[in-house]
Design a protein around this ligand. Sequence first.
Ligand code: FES
Length: 168
Amino acid sequence: MTAPAATSRRNFLNAGWRLGATILAAAAGWTLFESLRPLAGSGKGGPIKLANTGNYAAGTATYVPEGRLFVANTGTTLLAISQKCPHLGCRVPFCDSSGRFECPCHGSVFDIGGEWIEGPSPVGMTQYPISTDGDAVVVDTSKQIAGPARGAAQYFSPPKGPNCQPKG
Ligand code: FES
């Protein structure tokens, strides 16, 4: 027979473990929801002044949270690319290892210029006008530029390495 004090301590520890597991599950669920939930419409937007052009290295895509976009350096030009997938609006991260945008929702893949490579997206990724003010990059999020049609391959290159998303 178990002593009442031992039972009470065991119940207390079990309750603690359950509470910890519940908090961890809620945090994991929220993180997953935030990473996959479709973005709302673009709203009004406006010009956003960013870092100097030299901060965006060739072959990289830098996330700009205030604009929910990436500044991608294709090696020949800078592009401002919306993170919203043209398929159903999921947030599309840039995969550093492959050098491509890879949508986690249904597997659409885009090159560094946001051009469609594979998956259900009907077009490439939406862009915003980009310019410079002195050395600073300026993106106008009030105006969207429709993504390039499938078949555009101006910035296409083979993957640099492994994909971040599993192949479907
Ligand atoms: S939302 Fe990106 S492929 Fe469906």
